[in-house]
Design a binder for this molecule. Structure first.
Ligand code: GLN
Length: 486
């Protein structure tokens, strides 16, 4: 029974349709796996509710691809009746009264929510080490990070607990951990999926995103989640599509772009070789590979631009976390609102969050705004305009999703580095332009996974998925689960 949860959504769906298992069998198997978790993947569980929901499912029809399948959600999605903290002390004890739109849609499709996963505090971070429950580790090697901020969602899919979990992606928080965990991580086009009920970090960049173990499953999930939502003004009213059709019929576009400076800068030989191998494989399948000179000064501006914009937006969007509406109360008899808030925020936020809020407030101060925030907005515009030129003649950008093995937990430090590696921040391009962007497994280095990332034009999510599936065929890497030594 325990091996059941190593299967993909598609495989479990077949078993359900053929009545070889029931939805309840799956939920019970999933709960067993949750209990054996060795990565620190969980913020909260909802076992009883999950069992109840599964008992209501009597049969699954062929077209009900998602029905009866257990899943997990990152702890920054509002879930009715389940404590939701975004892994921050400031939200301890907060129990939402409503489900996020995506949770509601997945439940309506018959999926079963089994629990909430750990994350970097308030989704700010890329290591999976800053949440209030401590470090979430990589199932391939517990001395290493699985990456973040959607760490628990990545570790749970990679370690065979669920075949699908929700994350969120503001800079690369699904696509980077997917790389470190050997799974598929997809950030669809900004606006394609409603964000109602997703705690905002930087709304001009935030996207509902998720993990699966193969691209086909990711395409069915998007079909379920896409669409206009009255409750989210930024959700697009563009027509929904059946994204699985791109994958099932191998409907792709043919011109693949590769940044010259990326190729020149990859230091890890195994990653470079595997990346070139995929480009070769695609060329052999009739794709055109185009080398593009993306200006280095724009690449070097990715990280500072991202930090200023995301911290500025985060500062203003998290203003409601003042200790009054949510979280632990002030205890030193504050006399004013400001004093009250200061006390709550001092104990509610870790130093990483405080630093980001300081950067955000500093760049929004009227004395600094032109020099910092407005300038970052202009830099973003220039990066996106260059990408639009890229997309005039090229259909996809292909880059490695990570450039080294996942780091050792003990090597993570939060000190501020002036020298930032543009390679490690390259996927922020996907958020700046709102582009659909997908990570799929590329190779293994010393037993540790590393992914490759595809970015396409806005609303060409289906094509991006289809190319992802093509790459799965070239690498042969799909449906991977870390060996738990069973
Ligand atoms: N690494 C990025 C950061 O530190 C990504 C965060 C995200 O996508 N939520 O902010």
């Amino acid at each position: 029974m325990t091996q059941l949860m190593n299967k993909s959504i598609g495989e479990l769906h077949d078993l359900l349709v053929k009545k070889k298992v029931t939805a309840k069998d799956l939920v019970l198997a999933c709960i067993e796996e949750c209990k054996k978790d060795t990565c620190n993947s969980f913020e909260a569980t909802a076992f009883e509710e999950a069992i109840k929901a599964s008992e209501k499912i009597k049969e699954v029809k062929d077209e009900e691809y998602l029905k009866g399948i257990p899943f997990l959600a990152k702890d920054n999605y509002s879930t009715k009746g389940i404590e939701t903290t975004a892994s921050s002390n400031i939200l301890n004890g907060y129990i939402p009264l409503f489900d996020a739109t995506v949770i509601e849609k997945l439940k309506r499709a018959g999926m079963i929510l089994v629990g909430k996963t750990t994350m970097d505090e308030l989704a700010m971070g890329g290591t999976g080490t800053s949440g209030h429950k401590g470090v979430t580790t990589n199932p391939y090697d517990h001395t290493r990070i699985v990456g973040g901020s959607s760490c628990g969602s990545a570790s749970s899919v990679a370690s065979g607990i669920v075949p699908f979990s929700l994350g969120s992606d503001t800079g690369d928080s699904v696509r980077k951990p997917a790389s470190y965990a050997g799974i598929v991580g997809f950030k669809p086009t900004w606006g394609r999926i409603s964000r109602f009920g997703l705690f905002p970090f930087a709304p001009s960049l935030d996207t509902v995103a998720y993990f699966t173990r193969n691209v086909k499953d990711a395409s069915y999930i998007l079909t379920c989640l896409a669409g206009k939502d009255k409750k989210d003004m930024s959700s697009s009213s563009r027509k929904k599509e059946k994204y699985q059709n791109y994958v099932l019929s191998h409907k792709t576009l043919k011109r693949i772009g590769c940044f010259k400076s990326v190729l020149d800068s990859i230091e890890e030989k195994a990653i470079k070789d595997a990346y070139l191998n995929v480009l070769n494989g695609l060329a052999n399948k009739g794709y055109e590979i185009i080398y593009y000179d993306f200006p280095q000064y724009l690449l070097d501006s990715l990280y500072p631009t991202y930090m200023i914009i995301s911290c500025a937006e985060a500062t203003s969007n998290n203003a409601n976390l003042d200790g009054i509406r949510f979280g632990p109360k002030a205890d030193n008899d504050p006399q004013t609102y400001i004093e009250y808030m200061k006390q709550c925020r001092t104990k509610g936020f870790s130093s990483i969050i405080k630093r980001r809020f300081v950067i955000g407030s500093f760049s929004l101060l009227s004395a600094n705004q032109d020099e910092m925030f407005t300038r970052a907005q202009k830099a973003r515009r220039m990066i996106v305009e260059e990408m639009e030129r890229f997309f005039d003649n090229i259909d996809y950008l292909l880059v490695p999703a990570s450039y080294s093995k996942p780091k050792k937990v003990e090597d993570i430090n939060y000190s501020w580095s002036k020298k930032t590696d543009f390679l490690e921040n390259i996927m922020t391009i996907g958020n700046f332009g709102g582009y659909p962007s997908l990570t799929v497994p590329l190779t293994f280095i010393d037993g540790l996974p590393c992914g490759v990332n595809i970015t396409g034009r806005t609303f060409e999510d289906g094509y991006v998925l289809s190319l992802g599936q093509e790459i799965e065929g070239i690498t042969g890497l799909k449906n991977l689960v870390a060996n738990k030594g069973e």
